[in-house]
Design a protein around this ligand. Structure first.
Ligand code: HEM
Ligand code: HEM
Length: 187
């Protein structure tokens, strides 16, 4: 499996980052929503502890992914795409990169503002980013919720676009992000 992306295909490293982080984002929504439905208690705190650990994992992976991306060009977009489609594709990808940092950072700062510790699977504790502050907590909590709505909307758009490329345009945009496939067969 190639380490570098080619002009026609994402590298194994880029694919690995993409699918591991996508899986973690799905986990984050599941844990966040399940916790949201529960009254304050041990079960809710346990779910949120997992949510924080996986969320901090997203932050660490996002740093590595961004560094990798800065030094490794992705494949070109298909030449048949309109200007609007190109702008939408680039815009959603850029928004994803911003949100991969903004989601964990607002979550971490929100927990600090409430003086709730952020542990990483019980192995170590992350330092508090700000001093306890109820007003900042409320603001960061609303921001975290708002950004999660934005992330959900962008993810739905992104998935619909990937499926449109595959089933409607019949190009190799989806295949070149899928491990264990070959891109040569399609446009
Ligand atoms: C990619 C990373 C993350 C995603 C996608 C994410 C997403 C979410 C979602 C969807 C919710 C439920 C919101 C709702 O009910 O509308 C939530 C709640 C929450 N998140 Fe995150 N989160 C992430 C990272 C983090 C991190 C790193 C922390 C803390 C270190 C954190 C702390 C919390 C807390 C404490 C809540 C509950 C807030 C409340 O009481 O309403 N999150 N998150
Ligand atoms: C919420 C989870 C997801 C996130 C955060 C995410 C994020 C991203 C990002 C940032 C890129 C651009 C990669 C780069 O050029 O550096 C990308 C590309 C891509 N994603 Fe996702 N993605 C998610 C889920 C999915 C899913 C479920 C699918 C499949 C249905 C998918 C299909 C693709 C494809 C096909 C590309 C390549 C687009 C191209 O060639 O220009 N993604 N994704």
């Amino acid at each position: 499996m190639p380490i570098q992306s080619s002009p026609h295909r994402y590298s194994a490293v880029a694919q690995g980052f993409h699918w591991i982080i996508a899986g973690l984002i799905l986990t984050q929504f599941t844990l966040g929503w399940l916790a949201d439905d529960l009254p304050l208690g041990m079960r809710k705190l346990a779910l949120l502890a997992r949510h924080k650990s996986f969320g901090m994992t997203v932050l660490m992976l996002a740093v590595l992914r961004l560094l990798w991306r800065l030094f490794n060009r992705p494949p070109e977009l298909p030449s048949g795409m309109s200007k609007t489609e190109t702008i939408l594709a680039r815009g959603t990808h850029a928004a994803f990169y911003v949100l991969l940092f903004a989601m964990p950072l607002t979550g971490w700062t929100m927990s600090s503002a409430k003086n709730y510790s952020v542990s990483w699977f019980g192995l170590f504790t992350w330092p508090n980013l700000i001093a306890p502050n109820e007003h900042a907590f409320d603001l960061l909590r609303s921001t975290h919720h708002l950004l999660s709505d934005a992330l959900l909307a962008i993810a739905i758009l992104h998935i619909l676009a990937a499926l449109k490329h595959h089933f409607w345009n019949k190009d190799d945009v989806l295949i070149r992000m899928l491990p264990f496939t070959k891109s040569e067969k399609r446009k």
